[in-house]
Design a binder for this molecule. Sequence first.
Ligand code: NAG
Ligand code: NAG
Ligand code: NAG
Ligand code: NAG
Ligand code: NAG
Ligand code: NAG
Ligand code: NAG
Ligand code: NAG
Ligand code: NAG
Ligand code: NAG
Length: 400
Amino acid sequence: MARQGIMISLFVIVLIVSSSSAAEILADEPTYNVLDFGAVGDGNTNDTQAFVNAWSVICLNSTVPSTLYIPTSKTFLLDRIVFQGPCNNVIHVKVDGNLKRTNEIWKENFNSWLLFIQISGLRIYGSGELDGQGTNWWSCKEQNQCSEDAPDSLQMLSCTDAQIWGLRSINSTMMHISVAKSERVDIAGITIVTPDNSPNTDGIHVQESRHVSIRDSIIGTGDDCVSLSEGAEDISISNVTCGPGHGISIGSLGKNGSRATASNIYVSNCTLTQTTNGVRIKTWQGASGFARNISFVNITMNDVRYPIIIDQYYCPHSVCDAQASAVEVSDVKYIGVTGSSSAEVAVALNCSQSVPCSGIVMDTVNLWPANEGEELRSHCIGANGSARNQVTPAVPCLTQ
Ligand SMILES: *[C@@H]1O[C@H](CO)[C@@H](O)[C@H](O)[C@H]1NC(C)=O
Ligand SMILES: *[C@@H]1O[C@H](CO)[C@@H](O)[C@H](O)[C@H]1NC(C)=O
Ligand SMILES: *[C@@H]1O[C@H](CO)[C@@H](O)[C@H](O)[C@H]1NC(C)=O
Ligand SMILES: *[C@@H]1O[C@H](CO)[C@@H](O)[C@H](O)[C@H]1NC(C)=O
Ligand SMILES: *[C@@H]1O[C@H](CO)[C@@H](O)[C@H](O)[C@H]1NC(C)=O
Ligand SMILES: *[C@@H]1O[C@H](CO)[C@@H](O)[C@H](O)[C@H]1NC(C)=O
Ligand SMILES: *[C@@H]1O[C@H](CO)[C@@H](O)[C@H](O)[C@H]1NC(C)=O
Ligand SMILES: *[C@@H]1O[C@H](CO)[C@@H](O)[C@H](O)[C@H]1NC(C)=O
Ligand SMILES: *[C@@H]1O[C@H](CO)[C@@H](O)[C@H](O)[C@H]1NC(C)=O
Ligand SMILES: *[C@@H]1O[C@H](CO)[C@@H](O)[C@H](O)[C@H]1NC(C)=O
């Protein structure tokens, strides 16, 4: 309990002083430099074993909060690494150098390149870059020679009280950052750069996790900017700039008839530029569970194809039969959603007839066509709720 109290007050101080001075605050900690464990950092030497050795020492031997330091102006070539916890004390991983994945298509079905698992109080931060070297893997997938699954660059699994701050991530083979089965995670100041045609390269993905904030980040990628999947609860996304990519998604929920829930989600102050979707909730048919208490506040759309979507018929690959059950969508608010849409149907509430969407609130939604001379419209089935102040294009199924 005492440690948690210290953690929280440190966190508050860092927020007030701004995260750039985090380095000074932590400077007094014992520091374990990967170079002292044999890492070379010339971009060609396989430094995996040196990192594994450094981790096992810092994780098992630290008696006080300690820093694992990855120095600047170097590039470390790394194969898959599992940073296994629990650790003896709080670990801060300061990534100022660059980490590059060995450019191979793995035969084994690993979910991640850099996996941090079962760690409490972990902070990964710095000005370094993660390079997933995904190009070959993407083309392998596109030629159907590789399965859909490729490793995520940075995965946090079963962690609590964690932070990921300031890193840059490029060309991940699949998702850039994924958080699963974790609680109290703060992700901030991240920059993600990936081509818009790279498959499944979600920027930040969260599932089966609670109390997660994602803020002050810039994400350009080939799939969802941020995706929140089953078990996402109490998630805040603010000041995130998206594009290119598929926008901010909740879902897809309920694949293959499963039960899925997502709730208490607050998305604010985000800007989407030339993304295929804006803010989207997508669920599969034949599933159960709920997506509720979701707010989108102060969202700017620049030339976004489908700014507002609820799609309870999500089915990207094959033909899906109509089914009676669905993930129930309720209490979804769109407040201050403004900007341009490049497709005609700017607002699509495509809800299940058997399990309708209820409590949809739109307040000050103002969308206009990105291309002059066009006109926008909405499409709405199986949804109810209310429209307040200006809502353009009008959404007839919501009562004024
Ligand atoms: C890199 O080193 C690790 C640890 O020794 C080893 O498991 C892995 O196979 C090596 N990878 C390559 C591509 O040589
Ligand atoms: C870490 O602790 C183990 C067991 O206590 C010990 O054998 C080892 O020498 C320590 N390593 C370092 C680098 O301190
Ligand atoms: C990232 O991938 C793109 C597309 O394959 C490639 O053009 C670019 O050079 C890659 N970036 C780096 C730093 O390798
Ligand atoms: C929003 O995020 C950007 C980084 O993407 C940052 O420079 C800016 O200061 C943030 N704005 C606020 C109000 O925190
Ligand atoms: C879908 O669920 C069924 C039973 O619920 C299971 O047998 C099947 O393996 C699942 N398919 C996939 C792709 O998960
Ligand atoms: C809805 O979610 C917000 C967080 O976004 C939370 O503060 C609020 O208590 C939730 N409301 C209900 C009724 O659960
Ligand atoms: C969003 O930006 C406004 C200023 O425009 C600020 O007052 C508010 O705190 C921001 N919201 C969040 C959640 O950061
Ligand atoms: C929305 O933006 C307005 C104007 O910038 C700001 O005053 C307000 O605080 C913002 N609201 C939220 C909830 O961020
Ligand atoms: C919503 O349904 C309409 C009519 O079936 C369809 O034209 C449109 O493409 C759907 N939109 C989405 C985002 O699924
Ligand atoms: C909206 O739909 C829900 C679920 O079908 C229903 O319980 C509720 O009464 C409806 N509300 C209005 C105002 O029609």
